[in-house]
Design a protein around this ligand. Sequence first.
Ligand code: C2E
Ligand code: MG
Ligand code: MG
Ligand code: MG
Length: 292
Amino acid sequence: SAKSRGKNNFAFFTSSMNTEVQNRLELENDLRSAMENKQLKLYYQPLFSSLDNRVVGAEALLRWQHPKKGFISPDAFIPVAEQTGLIHTLGEWVIETACEQVKRWQQHSRVDLYCAVNISGVQLLNRNLPENIKAITDRHQLTAGNLHIELTETALLTNEEDASNILEELHAQGIDIWMDDFGTGYSSLSFLKKFCAQGVKVDKSFIHDMETDEDSRGIVKAVIAMAKSLNLRITAEGLETASQVEQLREYGCDNLQGYYLARPMPAEQLSEMMIRLPELFKPFNTNSVSEK
Ligand code: C2E
Ligand code: MG
Ligand code: MG
Ligand code: MG
């Protein structure tokens, strides 16, 4: 009968809702203990200059190897970290760890590169973020150019005014601000100015579809033309084939990134690459800072 069906539907609804809430709670607890027990790691994906094909930077990407559930994607746990406020501690750990690593590469591998760190919009709600970041770069004696931050446009929409103030402060500290996943969000010109962006990363979905879909190719070209007219730098992300690399180099992208060139890897693996393929890296010399 309709009545019993209704009842069943109700029972189904509540139990599936409970499961969802339970999963989320479990993920939250797991994330807390993962942070305490150092189950989180940073991988680094090289960014190549299209001018000389050398590695100019490395994007830090969070990796979580759960002891029972295996690998959990940042796309799954970053939202939980945002909703619970854990993102503040986690985000600063990411910046600290990445800066420490860059210093190590300068000192032990004699390689000069910057780290690019992804920042969540929620982190921009913290007014202390600029001074906390300053304390980190100072502690590791890095110049501000050694740290780039990557933000998505949607991350900025919730609290535009505060976000733009904080980004202005970071910009004044000399930190490069890049718009990530560019083309998927709001993407207006005034937006880029307002948030002090120095560069855009063309979203990998357009790159992926470029060869089969004329509209995607059109978007890629339009984004590049627009960024150039604003004197912004451009990174193409998600390059998976030789022909994509060739094409985006031709379009005038400054930086290239993607599985075809190098996958995200543990710091040790990138260190080994520095020994094996030194011609791919920019040498760091201690005088280079004072020479400028
Ligand atoms: P994102 O910043 O846009 O990073 C690019 C994503 O594309 C990364 O996924 C990277 O591993 C992947 N990727 C790189 N090259 C290729 C390629 O050639 N093909 C394909 N298909 N994918 C490629 P990942 O590591 O799973 O990270 C996903 C997202 O999670 C990131 O997107 C970023 O928004 C977020 N995320 C990662 N680490 C952090 C972090 O430390 N803090 C914050 N707030 N977000 C982070
Ligand atoms: Mg990114
Ligand atoms: Mg991206
Ligand atoms: Mg993304």
